[in-house]
Design a protein around this ligand. Structure first.
Ligand code: ADP
Length: 536
């Protein structure tokens, strides 16, 4: 039997009607069982040919985490087509560029996101049909010609589709990449299935049948860390929060739905912590899986005091995304509590299936001694071996002898824990989402008063990192004018909080801008919230 999305869906249906799937939209709360979800997913698969979708075609989604979106996570791949979740937080041009690169033929859009997609629609020239997912919001008038999702599947037979080749693509996700240019990562059926199984390993996400999962990570972000698929294999409950992922809504969902395991980037958990949830709020919550950015030890301690274990995950879209997770290894169990907690502030140990090595710039493989630092390289059955489209330049630079070069720099200690210390990527990670420093630099340098510009990541207490711009001016200009210049060109949350005017920028021996030195010189000084940082 192939390892496939169909196999996972059959497993889900076979777990019976006990586990509850909950979706929240503006229309309210609705529930399904796994067998109901499986039936509707099969109807989606059967309805796709009528929309002109053939096997191998890409089907875009522009939607929040919802029950309908979950049905598409299954229905599209079991039809042999490729699910292509679009990031609803990107700037219109970026969404259009990704949809064009992926050649999305049909896009399923949440009714509440039709207004946003209406702006982009004129640029989506390859998209032939739109299907609106009802969510209690009136669709934008520009989508009057779209098909209604419920009408699409109403009355359609829910026959079991033929099995697909396990090596065929099931899903195509995009990562920011080093240049801000879209880079596609195709997940095969086999890769999705193996990654989902790893979510059930006791020393990984350890998802069990009795769990109720709340993935706050969006489905467009590496399929919400594979949770919709792991939940199916385990027959666990799943809560899909929809548009409202405010800390208040998160706490309410955890309490009302009896969530046992929740997952999301650190900023969510920082915001939830600030609400000071009570013991009743967290009565059922056992674990928080937190990753995508480093977690402050203080936050881990605060959740521990509330009786919740916070485990840190490390990975990337290219890894489906899980590579490492913090567990307390057996031989460290006897250590004092403070030391055991501190293990969760590392980037964890490598999950069975993934291989990891530390490599020096010379190519030498370094020992796991906690001292030797180098680029982290990985390979494994759910780690991509190339980017989507053979002509992607990154295929020449991001892979070495079958290993994926992650662009993360760190050490592995003798106990096997990864410690990240730097990043070799020209990106800023703010609230778990990427900001391209190169794109900001290009826009800044388009300004007539800017001679040179460099954007670096600086620490921020809430967002993890924020972009700070270092500018060499050639005419009088102030920070506000530069921010105003950027505002129409990039998403508003990309605009640097700090613009620092400098006499010159550091360069390397070959004359390239030296970001490493710039980070060493300015990173901490410009950190938002420090006396010299902040608005300038
Ligand atoms: P994700 O969905 O996990 O955020 P991305 O591909 O967007 O995947 O980003 C992956 C990158 O995020 C990693 O290469 C690393 O730079 C950063 N990252 C992920 N997890 C962590 C972590 N636990 N600590 C520090 N950085 C992390």
């Amino acid at each position: 039997m192939p390892l496939s999305v169909g196999m996972m869906l059959r497993r889900a249906a076979a777990t019976g009607p006990h586990a509850r799937l909950v979706g929240v939209t503006a229309a309210g709360r609705s529930t399904r069982t796994w067998p109901e979800l499986a039936r509707r997913a099969r109807q989606v698969a059967a309805a796709l040919p009528a929309l002109g979708v053939a096997p191998g075609d890409r089907v875009g989604t522009f939607a929040w985490n919802s029950l309908c979106h979950l049905e598409l996570c299954y229905g599209v791949p079991i039809a042999g087509a490729v699910l292509q979740p679009l990031n609803v937080r990107l700037f219109p041009d970026q969404v259009a560029a990704i949809a064009a690169h992926a050649e999305d033929r049909v896009v399923f859009v949440a009714a509440s996101l039709t207004a946003r997609l209406a702006e982009i629609r004129p640029k989506l020239t390859g998209v032939r049909r739109y299907v609106v997912l009802p969510d209690g919001t009136e669709p934008h008038p520009d989508f009057a010609d779209a098909v209604d999702y419920e009408e699409l599947i109403a009355g359609v037979a829910d026959d079991e589709p033929a099995e697909v080749d396990e090596w065929a693509a099931a899903c195509l996700c995009y990562t920011g990449g080093t240049t801000g240019r879209p880079k596609g990562v195709a997940y095969s059926h086999r890769s999705l299935a193996l990654h989902a199984m790893s979510g059930l390993f006791a020393d990984s996400f350890a998802i069990r049948e009795r769990d109720v999962l709340l993935p706050l990570t969006p489905l467009f972000h590496a399929t919400a860390w594979g949770m919709p698929y792991s939940a199916a294999l385990a027959g666990a409950g799943l809560v899909l929060a929809g548009q409202d992922t405010s800390p208040q809504a998160v706490v309410r969902l955890i309490r009302q739905e009896g969530v046992t395991v929740a997952a999301g980037v650190p900023t969510f958990w920082l915001a939830v912590d600030q609400l000071a949830p009570t013991a009743e709020d967290f009565a059922t919550l056992q674990r928080v899986l937190c990753g995508g950015a480093a977690i402050p030890l203080e936050l881990i301690q605060r959740y521990h005091r509330r009786g919740v274990s916070m485990q840190q995950g490390w990975g990337m879209t290219e890894m489906s995304p899980s590579g490492n997770l913090t567990i307390v290894r057996g031989h460290l169990e006897g250590r004092p509590e403070a030391e055991r907690l501190a293990l969760h502030a590392t980037q964890g140990v490598t999950t069975a299936g993934v291989e990891l090595r530390v490599v020096a710039p010379t190519g030498e493989v370094l020992p796991h001694d906690g001292v030797a630092a180098g680029e982290i390289e990985v390979r494994g059955p759910w780690v991509t071996a190339s980017y989507y489209r053979p002509d992607d330049d990154a295929n020449d630079t991001r892979f070495r002898d079958g290993w994926l070069r992650t662009g993360d720099v760190g050490t592995v200690d003798p106990d096997g824990y990864l410690h990240l210390i730097d990043r070799d990527k020209d990106l800023v990670k703010s609230g778990g989402e990427w900001i391209s420093s190169i794109e900001l630099e290009n826009h800044l340098m388009d300004h007539e008063a800017v001679a040179q510009a460099m954007v670096i990541a600086v620490p921020h207490p809430v967002w993890g990192e924020r972009p700070a711009a270092l500018v060499v001016a050639c005419a009088p200009v102030d920070a506000n004018a530069l921010r105003a210049h950027l505002l129409p060109r990039v998403p508003s949350w990309w605009v640097p909080d700090v613009v620092e005017f400098v006499a010159e920028l550091p360069t390397t021996a070959t004359g390239k801008f030296d970001k490493k030195r710039a980070r060493a010189l300015w990173r901490d000084r410009l950190a938002v919230g420090t006396p010299s940082g902040g608005e300038s």
